[in-house]
Design a protein around this ligand. Structure first.
Ligand SMILES: C[S@@+](CC[C@H](N)C(=O)[O-])C[C@H]1O[C@@H](n2cnc3c(N)ncnc32)[C@H](O)[C@@H]1O
Length: 492
């Protein structure tokens, strides 16, 4: 079948049925054998989604009435995309696009006329698109407003980065091979790559390649994963013997990384609500030869799947708007609606509240999203901390992102990363503090000393500070800093 028609059909699945581009392409590419054809179809589909709001504006300028047949519309948008963004000769674009519509004679004449008129009026049409914000930055209006509201200083840069093509990042399986050794293997294959200074497992490739060309991919030496996503395992800092819960785990990128990071866990339990996505966790762990307990379940209802044993670490990689990964999934700009954000917020907070009781005292929960929206990130942690006096943030002293009121934000494009948010919450090891007691915290020869102190008429906030006083010393016990004391004992 004609490659342009295949691309238009995949795009119409996105436009018409609200299917993700990843799913639509997986289906559409099945019968396509040639690597060159597959690459062309993918480039067309990603390009049209990336520039959809601009291309659609231009199409609107060329027509009185919108094209109702979404396959023909997608074909025309793909034609406009090739004329402006791809190195295909204009006459070839017009004739091949018309040819792709051969089964719909009415559309052939229309596409021919539209593309030719675009070529005649290209400069003025592009200039006009630059004057209308949504077309100029190729984002939906609601999202431009949202980004400007959250990040007024950085908004233009964020919008620009969202339309860039992301680099391909790899995670080296450090349990099996050192990063230097793997870089050597890439170099032997003629692949140019660089180590990422602040993330010991990460490598950036100069040019993306098909995964099966990566040395040792099938044997599990390496996985494809963005650098920002790789930070989760380092922040969680799991130790031998830990019991770890990974909720919202599918497709299992971070699950696998935690297991590679610490092969001597007591158990890792990975839970996701989506059975078919859970199957992908199983496949990914199978390739890497990693063990985990996999469960299909609703993170907001642990009573349905939890065995009652507490966890030392919890990773909550929350379902979110994915506004930090638009450059990897540009179809998000077409599929996500402003009204989706509030229900997601409610779900995130529900899951936060629901899994917190599963964390052992002294344990750490890492909250993560691939979003840059404050409602899904720092505002969630603000709200959570108000309700949980036994929770305190452990700020990360990091060479990436920037500190927020709670947690750290990474913007897409920073050090080649996706947009991500992380907040690390520790659970107090003090089980109960009565109305008037709190503890002075000091360290002595590597021992943590908690001295009971009577506070007369302590108010809620000073009591909270007293509990929080424990938290700065907690990192000493969880290996986040290099100078971990040999032994830790608590003296009351
Ligand atoms: C951001 S993705 C997780 C990515 C994954 N942690 C990784 O690194 O590969 C969010 C996941 O949350 C899952 N999810 C959504 N609602 C859920 C719920 N109520 N309970 C459990 N999982 C849920 C989705 O199926 C999706 O797989």
């Amino acid at each position: 079948m004609n490659t342009r028609l295949i691309a238009a059909r995949a795009l119409s699945r996105v436009l018409q049925d609200g299917q993700s581009l990843t799913a639509a392409l997986e289906n559409a590419l099945q019968p396509v054998e040639s690597g060159k054809d597959r690459a062309f179809i993918q480039a067309l589909c990603y390009g049209v989604c990336r520039y959809y709001h601009r291309l659609d504006f231009i199409l609107g300028e060329l027509m009185d009435k919108p094209i109702k047949d979404l396959e023909v519309k997608a074909l025309t948008l793909a034609g406009l995309y090739q004329l402006n963004y791809m190195r295909v000769k204009p006459h070839a674009v017009v004739s091949e696009t018309v040819l792709a519509a051969r089964k719909k004679p009415w559309a052939k004449a229309l596409i021919n006329a539209l593309l030719r008129r675009y070529l005649r009026e290209q400069n003025s049409l592009e200039q006009k698109a630059d004057t209308v914000q949504s077309a100029a930055v190729s984002h939906p209006d609601w999202l431009v407003r949202q980004i400007e509201q959250d990040w007024p200083q950085q908004a233009q840069k964020i919008l620009l980065e969202n339309n860039r093509q992301p680099p391909m990042a790899l995670r080296v399986n450090l349990a099996r091979i050192s990063r230097d050794q793997y870089l050597q293997q890439l170099s032997v294959q003629g692949m140019v790559a660089a180590a990422v200074s602040f993330c010991p497992s990460a490598i950036i490739l100069e040019k993306p390649v098909a995964v099966d060309l990566l040395p040792g991919f099938a044997e599990g030496l390496v996985s494809v994963q963005d650098i920002a996503a790789q930070l989760a395992a380092w922040l969680l800092a799991v130790e031998p013997g830990h019991r770890v819960l990974d909720v919202c785990a599918a497709p299992g990128g971070k699950t696998a990384h935690i297991l590679e990071y610490q092969p001597q866990l007591k158990e890792l339990v990975a839970v996701d609500i989506d059975e078919s996505r859970m199957q992908r966790v199983s496949e990914n762990l199978g390739r890497l030869g990693l063990p985990a307990t996999l469960m299909v379940g609703d993170a907001a209802n642990p009573q349905d799947w939890w065995d009652g044993h507490l966890f030392d670490r919890i990773l909550l990689d929350a379902p979110c708007s994915a506004m930090g990964v638009i450059r990897r999934h540009p179809d998000i700009k077409l599929l996500r609606r402003a009204e989706d954000i509030k229900p997601l917020q409610a779900l995130q907070l529900n899951i936060l509240h629901a899994v917190w009781p599963l964390l052992a005292p002294g344990g750490i929960m890492l909250y993560a999203t691939c979003s840059i929206l404050k409602q899904e990130n720092e505002q969630q942690i603000d709200a959570f901390l108000v309700e949980h006096p036994d929770a305190v943030e452990l700020p990360a002293d990091a060479a990436w992102g920037f500190a927020r009121s709670h947690g750290r934000q990474i913007m897409a494009g920073e050090s080649a990363m996706d947009g991500f948010y992380y907040a690390r919450l520790a659970k107090s090891i003090v089980q109960a503090v009565d109305d008037a007691d709190c503890y002075d915290v000091s360290t002595e020869n590597g021992r943590i000393i908690l001295t009971p102190v009577r506070i007369q008429q302590a108010n809620a906030s000073s009591r909270r500070n007293a509990i929080s006083g424990l938290m700065p010393v907690l990192p000493l016990t969880v290996g986040l800093y290099r100078h971990r004391p040999e032994s830790v004992s608590l003296v009351f």
